[in-house]
Design a protein around this ligand. Structure first.
Ligand SMILES: *Cc1c(COP(=O)(O)O)cnc(C)c1O
Length: 360
């Protein structure tokens, strides 16, 4: 008899990340993982080098300094923050802790894939609720919840659609869910949102004991390779995360990089200004080419080529020029490509390539 894992494990399709190589092409522009275009904050690079000198020491398992730095930056109580090896780790821990055999996890149809993967791992039944115009539908999400539902997870803005669910709708979602359902608000792209009504989650977290927000240093902060994310939640949920996480789940260099990033002057302001400008220019440029672009509130665009064959051909054309974007057929969006907003030069390369694609 071979060794066998729990049956739910073999139902998990391994996550396929954004690609970074094209055979035969030397200069690669990677626009497939929504990484910030400016590299890591310089202060973080220095902090990682410094932290490496103490690499023989275990990190602070309580993550006190980074939790305090996050708390200061965002005006949050550090006691109600937990850091993770990327927010993916925290999402998985929450999904495993609150889900499992005999329970249901509800998400929207084009929600972030990791929820489904972790939900499947947990043995939960994952219910994907159809969206309207690529936007989560609050009434349908609420209606999809049954007596076994324990978790509802919403990325806002959502990846890969870029959709922002208006704050009133998010509030209505929470109000419409039973009290024993944990609502996870995944706000990985919060910094890019310019809608003044938007709240990444703090108000709903503070209003009860059944909503938790996750955040990441991987996108606007340019630290995807360090693996650093965090959750802000009510004391009862934070207590659960502290029971199930590894005692040293975040490395010392990652924590040092995060602390330094938060002190980098104007980093977010500069990144968001660039993103807004080029998201607008790319949207306009692609629209002029007859490529439909869904309104995005993140650092990426979802470009709709009308059918799957055209999307594939566009992808191949971009690749031939070393431009790697993300095919999103695994999100049930075979007609679309997700394009990360890169530097000005990289964005222009995409526009030029797609102009040639349309005209040739
Ligand atoms: C990138 C992303 C994450 C994961 O980020 P990490 O902190 O790097 O694990 C989570 N949710 C969404 C919606 C994302 O796009």
């Amino acid at each position: 008899m071979p060794v066998t894992p729990r049956p739910s494990i073999l139902a998990v399709e391994p996550y396929v990340g954004g690609e970074s190589k094209v055979p035969g092409v030397n200069r690669i522009v990677k626009l497939s993982s929504n990484e910030g275009p400016f590299g890591p904050p310089p202060a973080s690079v220095a902090a990682v080098a410094e932290a490496a000198r103490e690499a023989h020491r275990y990190p602070d398992g309580g993550a006190t300094a980074i939790r305090e730095a996050i708390g200061r930056h965002h005006g949050l109580d550090p006691a109600r923050i937990v850091v993770g090896n990327g927010s993916d780790e925290l999402l998985a821990l929450l999904i495993l802790a609150y889900g499992g055999e005999g329970t249901e996890l509800v998400m929207s149809a084009h929600g972030f894939l990791m929820y489904e993967l972790s939900g499947t791992w947990a043995g939960s039944r994952v219910i994907k609720v159809p969206e309207k115009n690529l936007m989560a539908d609050v009434d349908d999400l609420i209606a999809a919840c049954g007596p076994r539902t324990r978790l509802v997870i919403l990325a806002n803005p959502n990846n890969p659609t870029g959709a922002l669910l208006p704050q009133g709708e998010v509030n209505r979602l929470r109000a419409g869910l039973r009290e024993d359902i944990l609502l996870i608000l995944d706000s990985a792209y919060a910094e890019y949102v310019e809608d003044p009504d938007y709240d990444p989650g703090q108000a709903l977290v503070d209003a009860g004991n059944n909503t938790v927000m996750t955040r990441t240093f991987s996108k606007v902060w340019g630290l995807g390779g360090m693996r650093l994310g965090w959750a802000y939640g009510p004391a009862n949920v934070i207590d659960v995360l502290n029971r199930v996480r590894g005692p040293f789940n975040v490395s010392a260099p990652a924590m040092a990089a995060g602390i330094a990033a938060l002190s980098e002057p104007d980093w977010v302001k500069k990144s968001v200004a660039h993103n807004t400008e080029w998201r607008g220019r790319m949207t306009e440029g692609l629209s002029k080419l007859g490529i439909k672009v869904h309104p995005s509130h993140g650092n990426f665009l979802l470009a709709d080529f009308g059918d799957a064959a055209k999307a594939k051909a566009a992808d191949a054309h971009l690749r031939s020029r070393g431009l790697i974007v993300r095919a999103v057929a695994s999100y049930n969006l075979p007609n679309c490509l997700r394009i990360t907003i890169g530097t000005a030069e990289e964005c222009q390369m995409v526009l030029d390539a797609l102009t040639d694609f349309r005209h040739g």
